[in-house]
Design a protein around this ligand. Structure first.
Ligand code: PHE
Length: 450
């Protein structure tokens, strides 16, 4: 098996962590995690979520890194290279499909963040009443043009970075953007936990109330772990195909998972204390950060500045994630259709944008159109987070646990024996038995009894 030698690669350890954490840390952490936690009982959800990050997240991430670096190609090509003459490449195709689905609804929300940055900079939130802020969001979403224009702008930004390649595009921007993200989050966290009654919000996040836990909660916690860690669709397989032979896959997976989880919890400590301090319901759903937070910004001193910081933070988090999703499709188009990276970027972005228009319109002109009782947007999110990603994750662990030879797996994880990788037996036991059974059980149970 020969790995193409003229491929781009990452240039530094920090670049790899920044890019992989950049992929993981996104709207999933700052927009989705707080509202899903809010709707699923707070602390109890957090505990179940942490359990899935450790039990499934880290092992699946190591497995994706292994497939990517050993395969040395895009997600489809990597499976083909590692399992020639077998249908395993189907998992790669599933990954490319998942990338389309995710980016189409994700770029819609990412576009909203740009609208809110402009709003925060120009008019601010301070002179508006609560109902005005709510109406403003609903009217914005109902507008048939505006959200789509912002979605397009966001796709162009994403495409610009991806077109630059790995070292001079993806790595360069992640190294610059990720430290800004952490700094902004810390500023907001300090502001939020020093608001009056902030402790009520912290109690909601950290005190488990198991009465709200159902099998659905468990499915959502697993889906959220996959989504938040960017697992199950090949984003990290694709990134790992640009890792160097000396990079420690296990350590990188642990660091990225810790960073992602830490940032989700930090986002929770920004949102919940603020929400409880102003006696707002934490269960608002997707509108939580676009209505509730502006409401809070309108009441606190220097609220507009905090508003700008928050929405820039959200846009940056989204951008480093959309880049990793687009890269899955671009690497696939470039390598399998043998076209240039620039052409592949244009082709991928335009086709994803067209699908994305439907996701955007599902809040406005297409809001009556439903699939199995869900709006187009919710259906795409559910399909990706709760079916394609866990399904992809299931196949990935089966591939690594049962198809790859044990000696090859060890060779890759230990960098041909130069690392000790003492965790190897535990890791392999999890990917062979625990992870497949856990994912399959939750799946089957939630389909038949959920
Ligand atoms: N992990 C990203 C987030 O939390 C979303 C994502 C999912 C990115 C799948 C890549 C692949 O926002």
């Amino acid at each position: 098996m020969s790995v193409p030698t003229n491929r781009d690669s990452f240039g530094s350890k920090f670049g790899i962590i920044a890019a992989a954490a950049g992929s993981a840390v996104g709207l999933g952490n700052i927009w989705k995690f707080p509202y899903i936690t809010g709707q699923n009982g707070g602390g109890a959800f957090l505990l179940i979520y942490l359990f899935f990050v450790l039990l499934l997240g880290v092992p699946v991430m190591i497995s994706e890194f292994t497939i990517g670096r050993r395969g040395g190609r895009n997600v489809f090509g990597s499976f083909k290279a590692l399992a020639p003459g077998s249908p395993w490449y189907f998992v790669g195709i599933m990954g490319v499909v998942a990338a389309f689905v995710i980016l189409s609804f994700y770029s819609a929300v990412a576009g909203w963040t740009l609208e809110y940055i402009i709003k925060a900079v120009t008019v601010g939130f301070s002179n508006q009443s609560t109902s005005e802020l709510g109406d403003a969001f609903t009217n914005f979403l109902a507008n048939p043009i505006r959200p789509i224009v912002w979605q397009l702008v966001f796709m162009v930004l994403t495409a610009f970075i991806v077109a630059g390649g790995i070292k001079n595009g993806i790595e360069k921007y992640n190294k610059f953007l990720m430290p800004i993200l952490v700094l902004f989050l810390i500023i907001l966290c300090i502001r939020s936990v020093t608001l009056p009654n902030a402790s009520k919000g912290l109690a909601f996040l950290f005190k488990p109330d198991f009465s709200k836990v159902s099998i659905k909660t468990i499915l959502f916690a697993m889906g959220q772990a996959f989504f938040s860690l960017s697992l199950g669709m090949g984003a990290l397989i694709t990134y790992a195909s640009y890792f160097r032979k000396s990079d420690d896959l296990g350590r990188t997976a642990v660091n990225v998972s810790l960073a992602d989880t830490f940032i989700a919890i930090l986002a929770g400590t920004v949102i919940f204390p603020a929400v409880f301090s102003f006696n707002i319901e934490p269960t608002a759903g997707p509108s939580l950060v676009f209505i509730t937070l502006p409401e809070i910004f309108s009441h606190i001193p220097l609220g507009n500045i905090f508003g700008i910081i928050f929405f820039v933070l959200l846009a940056v988090a989204a951008l480093t994630s959309t880049v990793s999703v687009l890269e899955v499709v671009v690497a696939y188009f470039a390598e399998e259709l043998k076209i240039s990276r620039k052409k592949a970027t244009v082709l991928a972005s335009v086709s994803i944008f067209i699908l994305g228009i439907f996701a955007s319109l599902s809040f406005g002109p297409l809001d009556r159109f439903t699939i199995l009782g869900k709006s187009i947007f919710d259906a795409l999110d559910f399909l990706a987070s709760n079916i394609l990603l866990p399904g992809g994750g299931l196949l990935i662990v089966i591939f690594v646990g049962w198809y790859l030879k044990k000696s090859d797996l060890y060779d890759e994880i230990s960098n041909s024996g130069s690392l000790k990788a003492r965790y190897f037996p535990v890791y392999r036991f999890i990917v062979r038995f625990i992870a497949p059974l856990a994912i399959a059980a939750i799946f089957i149970y939630s389909v038949f009894f959920g």
